[in-house]
Design a protein around this ligand. Sequence first.
Ligand SMILES: CC(C)(COP(=O)(O)OP(=O)(O)OC[C@H]1O[C@@H](n2cnc3c(N)ncnc32)[C@H](O)[C@@H]1OP(=O)(O)O)[C@@H](O)C(=O)NCCC(=O)NCCS
Length: 127
Amino acid sequence: MKMLFHGIDLVECSRIEKMLSKHGDHFTTKIYTEAELAYANKHRNPVERLAGRFAVKEAVLKMIGTGLREKINWTDVETINNVDGQPQINLYNRAKELTEQLGIDQISVSITHAAGLAIASAVALSK
Ligand SMILES: CC(C)(COP(=O)(O)OP(=O)(O)OC[C@H]1O[C@@H](n2cnc3c(N)ncnc32)[C@H](O)[C@@H]1OP(=O)(O)O)[C@@H](O)C(=O)NCCC(=O)NCCS
């Protein structure tokens, strides 16, 4: 496979915590899919998981190169963990269309969280 694009992002967990206490469900349903919320809520520290998923969304937007101006919704970029725990990306709507236009066949992401921070990196690959 050939590497085409890369994006990276860092999120402070305290920023997510603030959004949760200020906007509650309005924030979570605007940003996260049901599967992402279910995954986060399984963990002792859901905020860390939500911060990681937010970082993935921003990393993928950077990887695509357009930011949110192309009418991509936050929920159009979904992180699902496979049976080994490895994060996998599902794209929907405009995010899916744009990656297809860019010739992206696969996206590889990696997440880490420590010391109140979450970092995600996203790499676009073509066959
Ligand atoms: C997978 C592993 C590397 C994660 O590292 P970690 O330092 O525990 O935690 P990090 O915060 O850096 O990373 C967590 C993220 O790793 C990702 N991850 C989990 N399992 C993964 C796997 N099999 N492959 C790739 N990424 C994985 C997930 O995205 C997770 O974040 P998420 O739950 O929000 O999606 C670690 O759990 C592991 O299996 N290490 C193997 C060595 C070991 O067992 N060490 C423990 C004794 S020192």
